[in-house]
Design a protein around this ligand. Structure first.
Ligand code: NAD
Length: 366
């Protein structure tokens, strides 16, 4: 399929291919939809099997950002960038700076932050070249790590899901299978344990699990794949995408899926499978939607600490609305979330389609 066919299929506005002869920097910036506002999304640094795989990732992830912003009151649209790691010994700091120049050329139509393979420290290099980067390392005056707020939002979402399934949001004596004990997973584990939940964790990096097991006394599953078979109330994905698929869903022994990872469903069909199995799925881009507040709200828009804290409650409220509508319509929660997001984007597009006074239009349109 050609690039334009792919853009038409997923409703993208613009894709920018960036290349620098001297450094070999290659990046793809995908702008999905700016009806809600200028596009924002992280920059992923990754080695891809092909350029097509990199493009597909940028397209899929930027579309997800539109849907995520639709569940916040942050006036921003969906974008995402992938910086190709050719694994050829190139200096990453140079690649990031060159990439920053390209971001600046877009004059704010796209702005970025960390994602897989990039850190708050990497954002410092990008910030040397552009004003449109956030979640920069705190030591350089940025807002730093977004994972604590993301984890608080996920915790609130788990409470809303427990309430929907068991009629009460309490975590005491609930069993949570925690996939991934990195930034989000470890903060979430701390919060859950503090509220009396039992956490069974898994992470291929033994150091991550060991530290948490020693500090919080959580149980660890030595083989991360075995976590799918653990008997629990909530299975919480906080690692990589595509973990809910035709191989794993039949193995799950939980009532709820609620975690911070992006793109948890391998395909839309997997959302229907969870629904058929009677497992309540908290749509990923809703339950992890406190993250943009930590990055764009705090960094770009200067939201107050009170407003950031309120985003945690918004996550729970948004999920409760989705669960209610899914129950009433007898449809999967993943489908209902998409419908609500698309309704909000359509409303924003309609509002912005109104014609301003002729004085503000370019001469050619007057
Ligand atoms: P991270 O890299 O700090 O942690 C991910 C952890 O998952 C690592 O410890 C890794 O070893 C582990 N892991 C990888 N494969 C695994 C597997 N098969 N089973 C178990 N563990 C596995 O990343 P993070 O910042 O904590 O983000 C985690 C997820 O949440 C990602 O999907 C990310 O896109 C999403 N997310 C993060 C934020 C944020 O604020 N950082 C916001 C929204 C969404």
């Amino acid at each position: 399929m050609g690039v334009f066919d792919k853009m038409a299929e997923s409703g993208h506005e613009q894709v920018i291919f960036c290349y620098d002869r001297a450094s070999g920097m290659k990046a793809i910036i995908a702008i999905h939809d700016t009806a809600l506002g200028p596009a924002r999304g992280g920059t992923r640094f990754k080695r891809y099997d092909s350029e097509e795989a990199a493009l597909d990732d940028a397209l899929r992830l930027s579309r997800g950002m539109t849907y995520k912003f639709a569940f916040t009151d942050i006036p921003r649209g969906g974008g995402k960038a992938v910086l190709l790691d050719d694994d050829n010994g190139a200096d990453k700091r140079i690649l990031l700076r060159v990439y920053g120049r390209f971001v600046q050329l877009l004059a704010g139509r796209f702005g970025t932050g960390p994602d897989l393979g990039t850190s708050a420290a990497d954002m410092v290099d990008i910030a040397h070249e552009t004003d449109f980067v956030w979640a920069v390392d705190e030591r350089f005056g940025g807002t730093g790590d977004s994972t604590p707020l993301t984890a608080q939002g996920v915790l609130a979402g788990i409470g809303a899901a427990l309430d929907e399934v068991f009629g009460k949001p309490d975590l005491a004596s609930r069993r949570i299978a925690m996939q991934g004990l990195g930034g989000v997973g470890s903060h979430l584990t701390e919060l859950l344990v503090a509220q009396g939940a039992t956490v069974i964790g898994a992470d291929p990096d033994p150091a991550r699990g060991k530290e948490l097991a020693e500090r919080l006394g959580i149980e660890l599953v030595p083989d991360p794949d075995a976590l799918y078979d653990v008997d629990c109330d909530v299975f919480s994905p906080n690692a990589v995408g595509g973990v809910l698929n035709e191989q794993t869903i039949p193995r799950l022994r939980c009532r709820i899926i609620a975690g911070g990872a992006n793109n948890q469903l391998a395909s839309p069909e997997d959302g229907r499978q969870l629904h058929q199995r009677g497992i309540l799925y908290a749509p990923d881009y809703v339950i992890n939607s406190a993250a943009p507040y930590a990055v764009i709200g705090a960094g770009e828009l200067g939201y107050s600490p009170e407003r950031l804290a309120a985003s945690v409650q918004s996550v729970a409220d948004a999920l409760r609305a989705i669960f209610r509508r899914a129950r009433a319509d007898g449809r999967p929660t993943a489908e209902i979330a998409d419908v609500i997001a698309e309704e909000r984007v359509a409303t924003a597009a309609h509002i912005r389609a109104m014609t301003p006074g002729t004085g503000t239009l370019p001469r050619a349109q007057v």
